[in-house]
Design a protein around this ligand. Structure first.
Ligand SMILES: [Zn+2]
Length: 165
């Protein structure tokens, strides 16, 4: 299912205007819940034109109520949602947006097996389409001198290894 979602993202009329992609930058939402719509709201509240990520990978808590009421929505777990069109630069990593794809895992430190499965499919799919693309964590792609971030709170060496990259 996630595979179909990203195929739609770059096929069709937008394909012709596709940017050069050299990096995939992974983030976490630093929230225990959320989805693309909610992040779109959060980013608009910051004065941006809309969601800064191209893809969001859900956990079982798409909104605050699901978490607060203890009602995990398992059918949402691992679902890949489209954010900003892939043909447009994102707003997720200062100085690195022009040629990158931004992927956001919903969560702070705890992520689900379904999220990882979707992440592997999405990442390897993108690397197949944009040959030579590197997968990095936000903390590895930071501008020198900027406030040190740990996002996405995953050891990327470990993750690349697990993904066979
Ligand atoms: Zn980040």
């Amino acid at each position: 299912m996630p595979r179909a979602v990203w195929r739609e993202a770059w096929q069709g009329s937008r394909w012709k205007r596709m940017r050069e992609i050299t990096e995939i930058i992974l983030h976490c939402s630093d929230s225990e819940f959320g989805d693309a719509k909610l992040i779109d709201d959060w980013h608009r509240a910051r004065g941006w034109s809309g969601i800064g990520y191209h893809f969001v990978i859900l956990n079982p808590y798409p909104d605050d109520a699901a978490l607060r009421l203890g009602r995990p929505q398992f059918d949402q777990d691992g679902v890949v949602q489209e954010g900003r069109a892939l043909s447009k630069p994102g707003a997720h990593c200062e100085g690195r947006n022009v040629n990158s794809v931004g992927i956001c895992l919903i969560g702070k430190r705890l992520f689900t097996a379904a999220q990882f499965k979707s992440l592997v499919e999405l990442t390897t799919g993108l690397i197949k389409q944009f040959a030579g693309t590197k997968a990095l964590g936000h903390y590895e792609a930071q501008k020198p001198g900027s406030v040190i971030k740990t996002c996405p709170n995953l050891d990327m060496e470990w993750m690349r290894n697990r993904m066979g990259l």
